[in-house]
Design a protein around this ligand. Structure first.
Ligand SMILES: Nc1ncnc2c1ncn2[C@@H]1O[C@H](COP(=O)(O)OP(=O)(O)OP(=O)(O)O)[C@@H](O)[C@H]1O
Length: 852
């Protein structure tokens, strides 16, 4: 018993964030708690008061009679368990006056059922998901998982829920990028958590909870953007989450939200729930299409009718004038006035060119508007980028215009988004990345031409873009205009509208279904072929087949797929004599690391191969191991300029040259690379090696801009490369942890993921840990005196805004709440540790007593 406790204590101590312990003593934690209104954990709730328990899924939340006398009852406590009170409390925190009628109705109908909610973009669906989560935590005392498609949205959600978490006393746990622990930390004092996850992390989280028999800690899974099922990469992972939960049949409600989709009923059949469709939007949206000097309007989102001079409504007259009556380019007329405008362009280059062009069209007075705020933004952007800022962007900003696309770093994009929201910028020329990943509103949305790159726009993406027009709380109405350059585009576009939303398909075909098989065998959900067949029936992939194909799949395709996993010399699965399926050690490691089966095989053989010739002269070979697969292929990933690579090679330190030599990278090869006359295999070797060199230089030269210049890489691409590599390194590390034959790598890779993640500014690591804080903002915080999370948690939002240039009040409040939450989470760890120490002491005293 003592040994177990001791081990538990040691494990626990391992999980403690050492930086925090260094930074914050126990005393200072309690100090912050007393002085800065960090709530103590809620009193433990007595079961005798009839708090909903496991059986509450049937929708009955009646309290069982209290064993306490009336006098002892705390009335506010009872109110806390009243559904309306909980909703109102949450709405108050979110500063939302009341629910829309459809939201109230939806909450009534959904109750404990699985549901797919479909409503046009910005209709208010996320709020319904959030209320369900808060109800789950407050009324049913269960934790909840919130799955979102992008890291940026996870950060946004974290910040928007931080205040509620602080006031309503629950934990927010971030599962995105390198953040998130599996299985999750068991929280002390019965406090519940909202796990805010990306799709991949959410799937792993659910898997780990099933494996540890802890899945009943979760009462609700909310999935935003459910139509992501349609994405080849992440769709199958999302499908896996749902199928695992359905197969297990735990007491978990699933609430999936989506913009309008074609086969919504197929999706609600898939999650074994109801469909809730709402077609109204809280704000009015006028939808226009322009072709040459003609204007069309759609009133129902499907059909279009032409707008003529004699049937102009008040709202359409300005657009009509801009597109039809004026002789100049429609876009130039549409950008006049002081309105919030998003202009979607098909390429990054088109965004840049348009932004530059528009600045000349803006009337001179715009330069004076929010002049100081614009200068502050420029300074913040320079701070983000080691003092540099593209001169075009700088000039555009002075006219209230900016571009926004993937060539900007995440930090730059965030600063531009904040400036737009604060009204410092009025026009953003952006690519589709903004429509999918960020919640920015607009009074007018213009689609410059209906393409994304060279592809014709999809209806789903179009709806996402125009959904930004007219957001609740900001404007009463919004308008969108698609500018078609020729009749061909116009016909194609209107035909697409007419056809209506595309149906969702499943991408979980046989190669990807293997990962599901491995996951469920690892989690002990399925152990025989028959179990697996039952599970497969719970996939969308299976359900979308016709009856004949379903039978063929179950009888032939699927069994032979499982057999192939057994047949390949037991690489992934083995089978006992009684038919029980087991994972091989490599497959177990792949599941633990979150690597797909095919990638894990490549990584495994690569690691074994490198073991025999590992060069320890410096860290270059180690970095070479964790280069993500997409950066090992010359045509993918960041393209390193060939001549720059040669220059860099010629200046390498002899030790680096020795590592190169040991990996087969010779001077001859690098010279041949300049001519481009290399075999694919050799090109791949150089591509991987020089990507490792980029990392090596970043870690040693400590100047990102210089490294970017040395290799001819864009700063934003360099940052993306670092993030991806850091994430991949964390997977490789986890993979090695599971396999004894890879023990040496485990020691070598221990700190690498974190080092890569924070290498741009290791001194800012604590600040960068706050969701959504990028390097520029962290530097600003530091120079304004907010050098630690403790100082941020203590800060006053208004004072912070006055000290930091270009910091919206909303962002400051979010930062302070997030910092406080950090301390609340750390205090929980400390309290668990204290409880463990007390139990150890008690046991030890017992032993001493027995011995004497
Ligand atoms: N009942 C309400 N009253 C006032 N504002 C609301 C209400 N419901 C939602 N909102 C606000 O409307 C905006 C859009 O709401 P929400 O994010 O829930 O919509 P959504 O349908 O999820 O949008 P998207 O499709 O972009 O994800 C938010 O700013 C939200 O706070």
């Amino acid at each position: 018993m003592e040994e177990e406790n001791l081990q538990e204590l040691l494990n626990f101590i391992e999980t403690i964030d050492h930086t925090l312990l260094k930074e914050t003593s126990l005393d200072s934690v309690s100090h912050v708690k007393q002085e800065y209104d960090i709530r103590s954990p809620a009193p433990k709730r007595s079961k005798t008061l009839g708090i909903a328990n496991k059986n509450s899924r049937n929708g009955n939340f009646t309290s069982s009679p209290s064993k306490l006398g009336f006098d002892e009852l705390n009335l506010s406590f009872i109110q806390e368990f009243n559904e309306d009170a909980v909703i109102n409390e949450f709405l108050k925190i979110k500063e939302i006056p009341s629910l829309y009628p459809w939201q109230r109705k939806c909450l009534e109908i959904v109750q404990n059922k699985n549901c797919v909610l479909s409503i046009p973009t910005s209709g208010g669906k996320t709020l319904v998901g959030e209320i369900l989560i808060v109800k789950e935590i407050r009324l049913k005392q269960k934790s909840a998982i919130f799955i979102l498609p992008y890291i940026s949205l996870v950060h946004e959600k974290y910040q928007s829920l931080a205040k509620a978490a602080e006031e309503l006393d629950f934990f927010l746990e971030e599962y995105a990028g390198v953040k998130g622990q599996y299985p999750p930390i068991k929280r002390h004092k019965n406090k519940k958590s909202i796990y805010i996850c990306t799709i991949e992390k959410g799937s792993k989280l659910v898997g780990s909870l099933i494996q540890e028999n802890r899945i009943d800690e979760i009462g609700l899974i909310v999935i935003d953007e459910f139509h992501m099922l349609n994405e080849p990469g992440r769709g199958p992972i999302l499908e896996c989450v749902v199928s695992k939960v359905l197969y297990l049949k735990p007491n978990i409600q699933m609430f999936a939200m989506s913009a309008t989709i074609g086969n919504i009923h197929a999706l609600s059949t898939f999650i074994q729930g109801i469909t809730y469709i709402e077609n109204s939007r809280p704000t009015k949206h006028s939808e226009y299409i322009n072709i040459e000097n003609r204007l069309f309007q759609s009133f129902d989102g499907r059909t279009v009718s032409e707008v003529f001079a004699d049937n102009l409504s008040e709202s359409s007259s300005e657009i009509f004038h801009a597109c039809v009556q004026s002789k100049s380019d429609a876009i130039l007329n549409l950008v006049q006035g002081n309105i919030m405008l998003l202009i979607f362009c098909s390429t990054k280059m088109a965004c840049n060119n348009l932004a530059v062009r528009l600045q000349f069209e803006r009337f001179l007075g715009t330069k004076e508007f929010k002049k100081q705020e614009k200068e502050d933004l420029i300074e913040a952007l320079q701070e983000e980028n080691e003092g540099k800022l593209c001169s075009n962007l700088e000039t555009c900003i002075r006219y209230g215009v900016a571009y926004h696309h993937a060539d900007l770093t995440l930090g730059e994009r965030r600063l531009i988004e904040e400036a737009y929201l604060a009204g410092t910028l009025q026009i953003l020329c952006c690519t589709s990345t903004l429509a999918a990943g960020v919640n920015l509103p607009a009074q007018r949305v213009i689609i410059r031409d209906p393409y994304i790159g060279r592809e014709f726009i999809s209806l789903n993406m179009y709806k996402q873009m125009v959904g930004r027009a007219g957001r609740t709380g900001l404007q009463e109405s919004g308008e969108s205009i698609v500018l078609c350059k020729n009749m061909h585009d116009f016909t194609r576009f209107t035909a697409m509208m007419n056809e209506g939303p595309e149906p969702i398909t499943s991408h979980m075909d046989p190669p990807t279904i293997v990962d599901l098989i491995l996951e469920v065998v690892a989690a002990n959900l399925c152990s025989t072929l028959e179990d697996l067949k039952m599970l497969v029936k719970d996939t969308l992939f299976y359900q979308l087949k016709n009856n004949e194909d379903k039978q063929e799949f179950l009888d032939t395709t699927f069994p032979s797929l499982v057999n192939s996993l057994l047949a390949s010399k037991g690489t992934m699965l083995t089978q006992d004599a009684d038919g029980t399926l087991r994972l091989t050690s490599v497959a177990t490691a792949a599941v633990a690391a979150g690597l797909s089966h095919d990638v894990s095989l490549i990584v495994y053989s690569d690691l074994l191969q490198n073991k025999t010739s590992f060069c320890l002269l410096n860290s270059l070979h180690m970095l070479y191991l964790v280069i993500p697969l997409e950066y090992r292929i010359p045509s993918d990933g960041i393209l390193l300029a060939r001549n720059k690579v040669y220059d860099r090679y010629s200046k390498f330190h002899p030790q680096t040259l020795a590592v190169a030599e040991s990996l087969g990278v010779t001077e001859n090869l690098v010279a041949l690379n300049v001519t481009g006359k290399l075999k694919e295999e050799k090109k791949a070797l150089l591509c991987r090696f020089f990507h490792a060199c980029v990392l090596y230089d970043i870690l040693n030269l400590d100047n990102h801009a210089r490294v970017a210049k040395l290799y001819g890489i864009q700063n934003s691409h360099l940052q993306q490369f670092l993030n991806t590599t850091s994430y991949f390194a964390s997977k490789v590390y986890r993979f090695c942890e599971e396999l004894p034959e890879l023990w040496c790598y485990k020691q070598l890779l221990t700190d690498l993921p974190q080092t890569l993640m924070y290498c741009r500014a290791p001194n800012l690591r604590a600040l960068l840990d706050l969701p959504g804080v990028k390097i520029g903002r962290a530097r600003q915080l530091l120079s304004a005196g907010y050098s630690s999370l403790e100082l941020i948690a203590r800060a006053d939002a208004k004072e912070m805004v006055s000290k930091i240039r270009h910091l919206p009040l909303r962002t400051a409040r979010g930062l302070i709440s997030a910092a406080k939450l950090h301390f609340i989470t750390e205090m929980d760890k400390v309290e668990s540790m204290k409880a463990l120490i007390q139990s150890l002491e008690k046991n030890y005293q017992g032993i001493v007593k027995n011995q004497t």
